[in-house]
Design a protein around this ligand. Structure first.
Ligand SMILES: Nc1ncnc2c1ncn2[C@@H]1O[C@H](COP(=O)(O)OP(=O)(O)OP(=O)(O)O)[C@@H](O)[C@H]1O
Ligand SMILES: [Mg+2]
Length: 227
């Protein structure tokens, strides 16, 4: 199994007396290369779940296993390297740096790489991805000079430049109009299919979720597979 979540629980406390259980004893198994959608009402904990999978947040209880290895046992340095090698993130907003060109933005994840050959490999991958997402011609422009759809495609390129195994996408089309949503979804699905990148996507868009191999519904702290 590529990824296993075992008995994951997470609660937040807004003050000393109020605890809100966001995730209650969640179990989830994700196979390599799969395309998984997570849907559910606003505030149901979808982002919290994605952040736990991506090691940006820690569960109160439970384990996250990557290829059967418990990643909660990793120290901070190992976690940072796990995140940069295994996980790519795309959010609802692109979070590109406005003062940098697209080319500079998409190379940011390659900056910490010391090994020359690996760095070159990621740079070459960046070129290829910019071409495949149709924004190669715009690579010397800054985000402010580009459309929302183009910026979001650049955010996908940035997420994939180090060739991660898993792409986590939190409402990736949430800020886009229909045409750009469809284009972005096609790009995500194409990378999932031809590059075997496991895609875990949170979305409100049921037509997008319907194109996943598996749809999970998160509600009242529980995760259920939709049949
Ligand atoms: N850092 C935090 N501190 C306290 N409460 C939090 C924190 N992060 C999330 N929450 C609470 O946890 C619950 C789940 O939040 P989360 O962002 O995971 O929901 P979501 O399903 O992604 O919602 P949306 O669809 O609106 O993005 C919400 O009630 C939220 O207020
Ligand atoms: Mg959210």
């Amino acid at each position: 199994m590529l990824l296993s979540l075992k008995n994951i629980s997470k609660s937040y406390s807004s003050n000393a007396t109020e605890h809100r259980q966001v995730l209650s004893d969640i179990n989830l198994e994700i196979k390599e290369g799969y395309r998984v959608a997570i849907v559910g009402p606003s505030g149901s904990g979808k982002t919290t779940l994605l952040n736990i999978i991506g090691t940006l947040d820690k569960p109160d209880q439970g384990q996250v296993l990557y290829r059967e290895e418990d990643i909660s046992q990793l120290d901070n340095q190992q976690l940072a390297s796990f995140r940069s090698q295994v996980i790519g993130f795309v959010f609802q907003h692109h979070y590109l740096l406005p003062q940098c060109t697209l080319w500079e933005n998409i190379l940011i994840p390659t900056l910490p790489i010391r090994d020359r050959a690996l760095k070159n490999q990621s740079t070459d991958r960046g070129k290829e991805l910019l071409k495949r997402t149709g924004i190669w011609a715009q690579r010397h422009q800054k985000p402010g000079e580009l459309s929302g759809g183009e910026c979001q495609r650049a955010a996908v390129v940035r997420a994939l430049v180090n060739s991660p195994t898993i792409l986590l996408a939190d409402e990736p089309t949430g800020a886009l109009d229909q045409r750009n949503s469809e284009m972005l979804a096609e790009i995500l699905f194409e990378f999932n299919q031809s590059d075997k990148i496991t895609l875990i996507m949170v979305t409100h868009d049921m037509s997008l979720a319907a194109k996943a191999d598996e749809i999970y519904i998160l509600k009242d702290g529980n995760l259920a597979l939709q049949n």
